[in-house]
Design a protein around this ligand. Structure first.
Ligand SMILES: *Cc1c(COP(=O)(O)O)cnc(C)c1O
Length: 848
């Protein structure tokens, strides 16, 4: 069977329905309820069988059904309504008030993209966030292109064996039934990019998929001409093998940017979603040099000032590192254009002053090539500043140049259809513009309690129905006995308080917290007046036996006859399961070990649907929590003794369920709706709409990073890179001359003590060496003392030259105002009077 030829037969969709084909080739449909309904109403049962994939779906619909619909007025009206919306949202030119020019382009790189369950290119939160980023960019008409890898097997599917032990399977993705298009080069041949690998070249096909207005470019090495080890590069997401993982990251960073070049896309800004994509920086240096005919030194002033780097991992060990000898072959091709040795190139990913054999860190490479660095929640920003403060050893944690942009969720993708209808009615047609229309959040109060409760109950019913179906499938796969199969069909109760816990079974997420006291848990579940039911879902990493053990103990517990009914584990957590859990549960439980949860966006999805959060104060919940919107477990403490912490926090969790959650839920005045609960639901929905929406998130990226960086790119490369040249000269001058700077210990004009509103003068003598005073910022650094020797919440005040003592020696001074009472400390320092990229070079800071 060597010479198999293939061909595809598509349904012959009648002309009046031709838009269906256009629609099925753009994932825009996946977040537009009316578009989903346009498919679904053709045949709802077949829609589910197709796995909600419009292309598969169309092949399962008989030709007669299409002919029938082509003459169905109501269907055609529905179709035209969706088409007009599609044209308006996706095809229209950007409006005149758009701040973006034609030639500006943001390239967004990510190892995973979670857009819809039919496109298995993601493992978890990081990917879903990337998907939401693209959808939000489409909504806000930001000129952005996504870049990722096309995995043939995606992330694994989970199923449990008879003992409750997780098994993994890796079904191959059927590319022919995905809305992918092969990209062509100028001559009309398949567009393939080439990279130098270890011993062998890597060839990768370039594909495109449309996410609303946003193209997502994907690379694929599974080509007939590639040897097996090269094909394997894009076989699976997050391969456990280090050399494959490195090859993936090289392909994504270097190959991804080359694919854009081949498509004639020249980004003015690159955004790295996590350190995996940091090789972008190296390839971008080369491209900027070539395209703008500038030197490497000049390009090194351009690239960081126009690169955004988002980090998601609050543990140092979670960041990828590789042995330098592995990285070197991939960087060899850059030796020539950069006129550097391979070792010098490798050093771009090693800590300052590190030994040549020390690991190559993707995070450090990212830091060296990006000025705009952010964590994904306020707390995570703080954690990241602390974790990476050793890169800026001369600065305090507070001044580590890492900020945060709290994640948000794409509202139309996660909102229940029932709630969408309420929003459409009460918030108006622009409800899906989320936080960009501030009135949207306030109008949630206008929704009637009865209506909201009814909508929520419908969501809970759907959850229970789906749980029963999935459980039935789970058990029949395991050939369970008939009596169990019968029981499975009636699990869960319609009116019982439902708590969901769905997330990766990583140890730090602590699914086991709930089991610290099994008897107490059992009593909670089987309470006579106020029963509680639990639904769990989530995958453990294939190599994480501890996580798998937690799943097994959970399944074991749920097998007790008196609990079976109310304690459920669903296999194979994915976007589809997530959707009805975040819509249909009453409470969303999260028990991470603070501060390990960088953000935790599933809680935002729940909040938006009126599902109340009960969580450790970690990630986004530190920003979202208030007593009228949900519950916090503990007060945000961090412990060294993990066992002790688990005991304390599990007790707190039981107490909250018993004393607060259950009583409130079952409080139904006059047998009606739970009034107080509904108040919390609305408060929670308002919070999510106003603050945790992906449009808010992308607007922040746009205003704080994309726009300034993109404008900067245009300035820096203009006129043959004149400004880049100046910056390069300035940068070198500082680096060369800095070591001569000295400053004396600060002197004060009075000893004190002082009264509020008094002030005194601080002076210092600065030897500026070869640098001129106008090149330097001499700063007074002061604030309240936290400990014996630490200044808390420091403030900085510029000092000025008061006297020239001798050539190159200056007396600087300024006033220190005593604005509040307390114990203060102060000192002085010198930094470059330059832009942020130069100012924050670790070596350009001298303290007295
Ligand atoms: C939203 C989502 C996540 C991320 O949420 P966490 O709170 O970080 O777990 C993960 N997986 C799926 C399927 C999701 O929909």
């Amino acid at each position: 069977m060597k010479s198999i030829q293939t061909f595809q037969v598509f349904p012959d969709i009648p002309e009046p329905l031709s838009f269906i084909e256009t629609l099925s080739r753009n994932l825009w449909w996946s977040w537009n309820q009316n578009a989903i309904e346009l498919f679904r109403r053709i045949n709802p049962r077949v829609w589910e069988i197709s796995g909600r994939n419009p292309i598969v779906f169309a092949t399962l619909i008989p030709q007669e059904r299409f002919e029938e619909l082509a003459h169905d007025d109501s269907y055609l009206a529905h179709l035209n309504h969706v088409r007009r919306r599609f044209e308006n949202r996706v095809l229209n030119q950007v409006d005149s008030e758009s701040p973006w020019d034609q030639q500006e382009l943001i390239a967004y790189f990510s190892m995973e993209f979670g857009i819809h369950e039919t496109l298995p290119l993601f493992a978890g939160g990081l990917g879903i966030l990337a998907g939401d980023h693209l959808k939000a960019a489409s909504g806000m008409k930001i000129p952005l292109v996504g870049v990722g890898l096309l995995y043939r097997e995606g992330y694994f599917r989970q199923y449990l064996d008879k003992d409750g032990w997780q098994q993994e399977s890796y079904p191959e993705t059927d590319l022919f039934h995905l809305p992918l298009s092969k990209q062509k080069d100028r001559k009309g041949n398949d567009l393939v990019i080439h990279l130098t690998g270890i011993g062998r070249d890597i060839h990768a096909q370039v594909w495109k998929i449309r996410i609303g207005r946003i193209p997502l470019i994907l690379l694929d090495t599974n080509l007939p001409d590639n040897p097996p080890e090269i094909r394997d590069i894009t076989a699976r997401l997050y391969s456990g093998e280090q050399h494959i993982r490195l090859a993936q990251e090289v392909l994504l960073g270097i190959g991804g940017l080359r694919a854009l070049e081949a498509l004639d896309m020249h980004p003015t800004v690159c955004h790295l979603n996590e350190g995996h994509c940091a090789f972008v920086g190296i390839e971008r240096l080369r491209q900027v040099m070539e395209q703008h005919q500038i030197s490497l030194d000049m390009a090194r002033e351009v690239v960081p000032r126009t690169t955004v780097f988002t980090t998601h991992t609050p543990v140092a060990a979670g960041h990828d590192e590789f042995p330098p000898s592995m990285v070197k072959p991939y960087l060899e091709p850059f030796v020539e254009p950069f006129k550097m040795t391979a070792d010098q190139l490798v050093a771009m990913g090693q800590a300052d002053g590190a030994a040549p054999e020390s690991p190559f860190s993707m995070f450090i490479l990212g830091l060296r090539t990006a000025q705009y660095i952010n964590g994904v929640s306020k707390l995570h920003g703080q954690v990241a500043r602390h974790m990476w403060s050793h890169i800026w050893p001369t600065r305090s944690d507070d001044e580590t140049p890492i900020t945060h942009v709290t994640n948000g969720v794409h509202i139309p993708s996660v909102l229940a259809p029932e709630i969408k209808l309420l929003f459409e009615r009460h918030l108006g047609p622009q409800w899906n513009m989320g936080s960009t229309i501030p009135e949207n959040a306030d109008r949630i109060d206008d929704v009637f309690d009865e209506e909201l409760w009814q909508a929520h109950e419908m969501c809970r019913s759907r959850l229970i129905r789906t749980v029963r179906e999935l459980m039935y499938r789970q058990y029949s796969r395991r050939n369970a006995p008939l009596n169990i199969m019968r029981a499975v069909e009636s699990v869960m109760d319609q009116d019982t308080l439902t708590i969901a816990f769905a997330r990766r079974f990583a140890t730090y997420k602590r699914a086991h917290l709930l089991f610290q006291d099994p008897d107490r848990l059992e009593a909670i579940i089987n309470s006579k007046d106020r029963p509680v039911q639990f639904v769990f879902a989530g995958k453990a990493h294939p190599k994480d036996n501890e996580g798998k053990g937690i799943i097994r103990s959970l399944v074991d517990f749920g097998r007790r006859t008196n609990l079976r009914h109310r304690f459920i584990f669903l296999e194979d957590y994915d976007m589809h399961i997530a959707r009805f859990l975040v819509q249909g549960a009453d409470v969303w439980l999260n028990t991470p070990r603070r501060p390990m949860e960088a953000c935790g966006t599933s809680g935002m999805k729940a909040a938006l649907n009126g599902v109340l959060n009960m969580s450790i104060l970690d990630g986004w919940w530190c920003e979202g929590y208030s007593p009228e919107r949900g519950w916090r477990i503990g007060n945000g403490e961090e412990y060294n003794d993990h066992n002790y912490q688990d005991t304390v926090e599990s007790q707190a969790l039981y107490n909250i369920i018993e004393n607060e959650v259950a009583p409130l839920y079952y409080d139904r005045p006059h047998g009606g709706t739970p009034t107080e609960w509904l108040k919390m639901m609305k408060a929670s929905m308002k919070m999510a709409m106003a603050h945790f929406c992906s449009l808010r998130m992308i607007s922040e990226y746009e205003e704080r990073f994309y726009l300034p960086a993109s404008r900067r790119f245009e300035e820096l490369v203009a006129k043959g890179g004149a400004e880049a040249q100046e910056l390069s000269a300035q940068h070198h001058r500082y680096l060369e001359k800095w070591h001569k700077i000295q400053l004396s210990a600060p002197q004060r004009s009075h000893k004190g003590p002082f009264r509020v509103n008094q002030a005194f003068e601080v002076t210092t003598v600065v030897q500026t060496g070869d640098l001129k005073p106008e090149e330097l910022n001499v700063e007074l650094y002061y604030g309240k003392m936290r400990h014996l020797d630490r200044i808390d919440d420091p403030r900085v005040k510029m000092m000025h030259v008061k006297e020239i003592r001798s050539p190159g020696v200056y007396l600087y001074g300024c006033e220190l105002p005593c604005s509040d009472s307390g114990r203060y400390g102060f000192t002085v320092r010198v930094t470059p009077n330059a832009d942020a990229w130069i100012r924050f070079r670790p070596e350009l800071l001298t303290w007295a």
